[in-house]
Design a protein around this ligand. Structure first.
Ligand code: CR6
Length: 835
């Protein structure tokens, strides 16, 4: 507040306050000014990258003006805010999104044309902000877009990784990982060197008595690292609200200790300390649905939670309210268990620093937090070893033990003599070493726990968290089915389709009320509309065919059926089922007469996705796909009838080209393993049909669009356990068609068969945990139906249009409103109604 200018001097400020460009001419002026001053270039020296930067800087100025107004207004009205804590924000590119949200893309296009550039070329210069692995990180990004669009006072908090998810290169069929250094030329962040927090690690706990004789605890640091804030403005679509994403970067703290070393002439070691501190926010862990328990990861988690909470508490304290009002002012959502330490940290601040009594503090904590679970896979449930935690966060471990003690005492009272129950729900797993179960802290310390699709939310209540439902009753648990932002995933990715829909519905209101799409059903039988719809899909396929040519060198026939599976490579997502199916198709084609082949629908099987660098099975799946591609794509007898494509380095900006171009996409996880999936929604919203299992959000998509519009196959979640059991005890029968596929691989048709041994033996010999063999027959049969139905283009188009019309439910805006009403209890604040 000392930095605030006194009232008599403010007139001069107001007179010169920054203004937004509002016309093409003003945009051009801003663009040229940035090129000539900020970038120190000129019209003799302006390439496409500079044109991108100039455009981005012009738009950034607009965003930051709105950002300032939004923050001032939110502070002034002082109502409840939401804080979304996520270790991942998979944002993708920002410029196109900013232009569309602000409503100035046409202005920029014309302005750039005047100055000698194509807007598409400028847009494609931008490096993706890829601070996430997959669906979880992308969900966080969709949240930010939606919260701003709906005018919720909301902040995201995350880590400013120097390296995002690695860049994938395919070399001789194998995945190689290249570091993703993305921060050069990133105009979207504002360093806030004045907003720093000292974060402590290690050390010990000092117990003392205060003047009143109360026993207190103080955590004496062993090491201190500084967190520096970097702010990223988040514009809403056609609203003045511009929210904030605050990312923390680590730096050596300028404490005494370093200076002592420095003065003692130990320059090198002072620099080494600096580097150690900087490694905390250096790199995103590249695992999706897997936790590996590395100390640096725990350091990242605490660093980010502690900095964010310090910031949130500081903001709350400025309001001079009583602590009991904290949950009326602050809602914190935990994106998975990664930020669970925030629960412990808030309790620590309240009792150790602010001097509250335990019970009062704990009521505040529970009122503040909500926890979203994103998986039931056991290998993804976070556990930290007690010795590790003891060493790194000694005071937090004590508090965790106290939380556990009080919790177990209350359970004991309700369920006397049930020792098994106590050991099952305890925060501490009595293993060697003992482990802290983070999900248990997250459940005990939150007022709401939600899953991300109906089946998934049911599963967590009946399996992994069953005991907690007994303890707390069903009200603490709820479902909020995931969604996607239609701004990026329809309007931005598929402008032609968005324009066609707008033409039919009389405007773009559907982008902020996606249920309006249902009006499209009235046009399903409209011949001309169908043709236009088909034409847009054909163009999108051409655009993808160009991308494929660019990145793989293969030419594909754009009239083929485009069959797409793009997502992280994982055994549970079953890309192996897909590629075995492709081999089966290849064998069938080879066995056909030329006459029979004439009736075949040509197909392009398109794959994309990254494997975690240490996940060997996933890497051999990629290698198999590329090995099959190498054989099939040069088989002249087969020609266009089958092509296999692996698009390297699948990311958000590639997804924007791929999703609008699919005829059919694959969402084929073993039933009960995919919590929700969100790309399924993106493909259907863009007029692609899907083939899928009864898993995650596929089930609700089916309910919304109708089962005649989706290709479902495979065993149900309720039968999975039984089947797995039978594989081990009743013997295992390999599906005969899959057997033929395996024989072909073993004969060396796709190169040295030993490369694929573990892939095959996991099914043939090791219990086929993911039920590839059980589902193979129905998978193949369903693909035959796909071929058949694709030949009836009119019917296919009707399905495509009807499905899009019924996708309103999957808007992220519905999701955000549900969280706001049932978990956060926050209201929107439209800054346009300024007093
Ligand atoms: N991997 C789920 O697996 C879900 C997203 C977002 C995932 C996926 O089905 O759609 O979260 N889970 O809710 C985790 O990351 C733990 C994912 O992206």
């Amino acid at each position: 507040v000392e930095a605030s200018i006194p009232e008599p001097l403010r007139e001069a400020w107001r007179k010169h306050s920054a203004a937004e460009f509002t016309s093409k001419d003003e945009f051009e002026r801003e663009f040229v000014r940035h090129i000539e001053t900020t970038l120190a270039r000129s019209l003799y020296n302006c390439d496409e990258l500079a044109a991108y930067s100039g455009t981005a800087l012009a738009f950034r100025d607009r965003l930051i003006i709105e950002w300032n107004r939004t923050q001032q207004r939110q502070t002034f009205t002082d109502q409840k805010r939401v804080y979304y804590l996520s270790l991942e924000f998979l944002m993708g590119r920002a410029l196109d999104n900013a232009m569309l949200n602000v409503g100035m893309k046409d202005v920029a296009r014309d302005g750039l044309a005047d100055l000698g550039f194509r807007i598409e070329d400028a847009i494609s210069q931008e490096h993706d902000a890829a601070l996430g692995n997959g669906g979880l990180g992308r969900l966080a990004a969709c949240f930010l877009d939606s919260m701003a669009t709906l005018n919720y006072p909301a902040w995201g908090y995350g880590l400013r990784y120097r390296y995002g998810i690695f860049k994938q290169e395919i070399v001789n069929g194998y995945q190689m990982e290249i570091p993703d250094y993305w921060l050069d030329n990133n105009p979207w962040e504002f360093p806030r060197h004045d907003i720093t927090v000292d974060i402590q690690f290690y050390g010990h706990v000092r117990k003392y008595q205060d003047e009143d004789g109360k026993v207190c605890h103080s955590w004496e640091a062993g090491e201190t690292v500084q967190a520096v804030a970097y702010d990223v403005p988040i514009p809403g679509y056609r609203t003045k609200t511009t929210n904030n994403l605050r990312l923390w970067s680590s730096k050596a703290s300028s404490g005494e200790f370093d200076f002592q070393k420095f003065n003692a002439g130990d320059y090198e070691s002072a620099v080494a300390d600096q580097q150690t501190a900087e490694t905390i926010s250096a790199v995103l862990y590249p695992n999706d649905n897997l936790e590996r328990g590395k100390e640096l990861r725990l350091k990242q988690q605490y660093f980010w939670c502690a900095a964010s909470l310090y910031d949130i508490v500081r903001r709350f304290k400025k309001t001079n309210r009583a602590w009991s009002e904290f949950p009326d002012q602050v809602a914190i959502q935990l994106n998975d268990t990664h930020p669970t330490l925030a629960i412990v940290e808030l309790q620590r601040i309240l009792i150790d620093v602010e001097g509250l009594e335990w019970d009062e503090a704990w009521r505040i904590v529970i009122g503040t937090f909500g926890y979203t679970n994103h998986t039931v896979l056991p290998e993804a449930l976070e556990k930290w070893s007690v010795p590790l935690m003891q060493n790194l966060l000694p005071r937090h471990l004590q508090i965790i033990y106290d939380i556990n003690l009080f919790f177990l005492q209350s359970v004991e009272k309700r369920f006397p003599n049930d020792r098994d129950m106590l050991s099952r729900v305890s925060i501490i797993e009595e293993s060697h070493p003992k482990m802290v179960r983070m999900a248990h802290i997250a459940i005990i310390g939150s007022h709401k726990v939600n899953g991300v699709a109906e089946l998934h939310s049911d599963l967590i209540k009946t399996t992994i968290f069953k005991d907690f439902v007994e303890i707390y009753g069903p009200d603490r648990f709820t479902n909020v089915t995931n969604g996607i932002t239609p701004r990026r995933w329809l309007h931005q990715a598929n402008p032609a389709l968005s324009a066609l829909i707008a033409e039919k519905l009389g405007g773009y209101e559907f982008l902020t009320d996606l249920t309006l799409l249902d009006k499209l059903e009235a046009f399903v039988d409209d011949k001309k509309f169908r043709q236009e719809w088909a034409h847009i899909k054909a163009n999108n396929k051409l655009r993808l065919a160009r991308l494929i040519k660019d990145v793989t060198g293969y030419s594909v026939n754009p009239n083929s059926l485009f069959d797409v599976q793009v997502k992280r490579i994982h055994e549970y997502k079953r890309q192996q089922l897909n590629i075995f199916g492709v081999i089966h198709r290849y064998l069938s084609l080879k066995a056909m007469t030329p006459e029979e082949r004439k009736k075949v629908v040509p197909r392009v099987s398109i794959f994309g996705g990254k494997a975690a660098p240490g996940y060997w099975m996933a890497k051999s799946i990629i290698y198999l796909i590329n090995s099959v591609a190498a054989v099939v794509n040069k088989d002249d007898e087969i020609g266009d009838l089958l092509k296999v494509i692996f698009i390297e380095d699948y990311n958000v900006s590639k997804a924007e080209i791929i999703c609008p171009a699919s005829d059919i996409s694959e969402h084929i996880s073993t039933a009960g393993t995919e919590a929700s999936g969100t790309s399924n929604m993106k493909f259907v919203l863009n007029g692609g049909l899907i083939i899928g299992t009864c898993d995650g959000a596929n089930i609700e998509i089916t309910r919304e669009i109708g089962e005649q519009n989706i290709f479902l196959f495979g065993n149900l979640a309720e039968d999975v356990e039984d089947l797995r059991h039978r594989h081990f005890y009743g013997g295992f029968q390999l599906d005969p068609q899959l057997k033929r596929v395996f024989e072909t691989i073993k004969e060396g048709t796709f190169g040295d068969p030993s490369s694929f041994n573990s892939l095959i033996s996991s099914i043939e010999e090791h219990g086929d945990y993911y039920l590839v063999s059980d589902d193979f027959n129905s998978y193949i049969a369903t693909h035959e139906m796909v071929d058949k139905e694709f030949q009836n283009q009119e019917e296919w188009l009707a399905k495509s249009i009807t499905s899009v019309a019924r996708m309103g439910f999957f808007s992220m805006d519905r999701v955000t409103n549900e969280y706001a009403d049932s978990i956060w209890n926050v209201e929107p604040l439209d800054i346009a109604d300024e007093a």
